[in-house]
Structure formats: structure tokens, C-alpha cells
Design a protein around this ligand. Structure first.
Ligand SMILES: Cc1cc2nc3c(=O)[nH]c(=O)nc-3n(C[C@H](O)[C@H](O)[C@H](O)COP(=O)(O)O)c2cc1C
Length: 220
């Protein structure tokens, strides 16, 4: 290919990407149902998706006014319950609710309501955790019990017109429970042919597609 042709190709390729201003930047992360303990000892469920893992740490982005964030900071214990894709209607049944009473004004305006009984609202079954106080969600095939190790504020300037901020909650996973149906028998490996996480992609729910291949570090 001549240098001239490459330049034309590069110019053509440049026109294929256009600058836009999307309202959210959620390219696709797993949905997590974070369970935490309310001040009265009952368990709250907060659907969220701003979560990622490195080693035994999972980092969560939680908005300031969510009851889940308040519970985490006060109690220090949580369970991250990972729903499979088929559970999306139950997740969406929780979407317009908060365990916070009174409901924060910016949420009330868009139709959120207080709900102290989120297990019943979604039709989920509570399961006792081993190392932390919040209950697990039996229907979720993967559950991480975890402890809060640090809470960080976001850096930089925060736009004054935003209804609320958020905090970055750093957690350490202390116990992992996985449903037998998604474990490769007699191993510590997840059977990725059977585990179909629910993903949140630009505010739509998705499952995963076909297995495209494995990275060189994959153990199963
Ligand atoms: C699929 C989905 C993903 C969400 N992701 C987040 C998130 O990453 N962080 C967050 O703070 N809120 C997230 N939310 C919004 C919370 O669920 C919402 O603030 C809810 O009221 C929290 O409940 P709580 O106030 O009882 O904790 C998400 C909601 C849905 C339905």
C-alpha cells in the first residue's frame, strides 16, 4: 500500500467516528444486587452496575443518597449478588424503589418510591450469609460476601447542577458462594458455558453471547 493510499484510508476511517455527548457512559458492566443492613436490622437490596474487580477487591460506585451506600458505610458488611440474565424482570421490579425514607427529592420527581421490603417486591428468597450480616439472594448464582476497607470521594471538580454525588467504596471479598449449576464439578472454576451474567448496557439489559475464545491466563 502506498503512503498516499494509507493517508486516504486513515482519512476515511476518521470520518466513521463522530463526536457525540451521551447522557451516560455505561458501555456494559454486570448488574450487581448489593445487599446491606438497614438501621432496623432488615436487609436492603440496591441494584447497581458500576463495579469492577481486581484480586480480592471489588470497587463499587454508589450514589450519595442511596440507602445502600449509607448502610455500607455504617455497617461495613455487604453481599454482592450477581443475577443471571433471565432475572432481569426482578431487577427491574426493584429499579424504581429506594430503602430511603423520605425518598430524596430528585428521585421522587421521577417516580421512585420507598420500599422497606425489597425481597418481597422482587420475589427473591433470602439466604443467611456466613461472614457478614446482610442476607444473600438465593436466586443469584454467584454471591460475594465482602467487607468495606475504604470509602473514597471522587477527585476533581463536581458539577454543581448534579442532583447528587457518589462515593467509591473499596471492598474485600471474604467468601464466595456459587450455585452448583455453574461450577465445574470438583474444581474452583466457574463453568462459563453455564454462567450467563446480566449486563447493563447504556441502560438496557443484556445477557452474554457465544464464547469467543479465552485469554492465555484462563484456567478452565
Ligand atoms: C440496572 C441498574 C444499575 C444501577 N447502577 C447503579 C450504580 O452503579 N450505582 C448507584 O449508586 N446506583 C445505581 N443504580 C440506581 C440505584 O439502584 C438506585 O439509586 C436505588 O434507589 C438504590 O436503592 P437504595 O436507595 O435502597 O440503596 C442502578 C439501578 C439499576 C436498575
Amino acid at each position: 500500500m502506498t503512503e498516499e493510499a494509507m493517508t486516504e484510508d486513515a482519512m476515511a476511517a476518521e470520518r466513521e467516528h463522530i463526536p457525540i455527548a451521551p447522557s451516560v457512559l455505561y458501555v456494559g458492566t454486570p448488574v450487581v444486587l448489593v445487599t446491606t443492613v438497614n438501621p432496623d436490622g432488615t436487609t436492603n437490596i440496591s441494584p447497581m452496575s458500576s463495579a469492577w474487580a481486581l484480586f480480592d477487591r471489588v470497587i463499587l460506585g454508589m450514589t450519595s443518597t442511596s440507602q445502600g451506600r449509607e448502610n455500607l458505610v455504617r455497617d461495613g458488611g455487604l453481599v454482592m449478588n450477581f443475577p443471571s440474565a433471565d432475572l432481569w424482570p426482578k431487577v427491574e421490579a426493584l429499579a424504581r424503589s429506594t430503602g430511603r425514607d423520605p425518598v430524596p427529592a430528585h428521585k421522587r420527581q421521577i417516580g421512585y418510591e420507598f420500599d422497606a421490603a425489597k425481597f418481597a417486591r422482587a420475589g427473591f428468597t433470602p439466604q443467611r450469609a456466613e461472614r457478614v450480616r446482610p442476607l444473600r439472594i438465593a436466586e443469584c448464582p454467584i454471591q460475594f460476601e465482602a467487607e468495606v476497607v475504604a470509602v473514597h470521594d471522587p477527585g476533581g471538580e463536581w458539577p454543581a447542577d448534579r442532583p447528587e454525588g457518589f462515593q467509591i467504596v473499596e471492598t474485600r471479598v471474604v467468601r464466595v458462594h456459587v450455585h452448583r449449576g455453574v461450577v465445574i464439578p470438583r474444581t474452583n472454576h466457574i463453568d462459563t458455558a453455564r454462567w450467563n451474567p446480566l449486563l447493563y448496557v447504556f441502560r438496557h439489559y443484556f445477557g452474554t453471547g457465544a464464547d469467543l475464545g479465552r485469554t492465555f491466563k484462563a484456567e478452565a
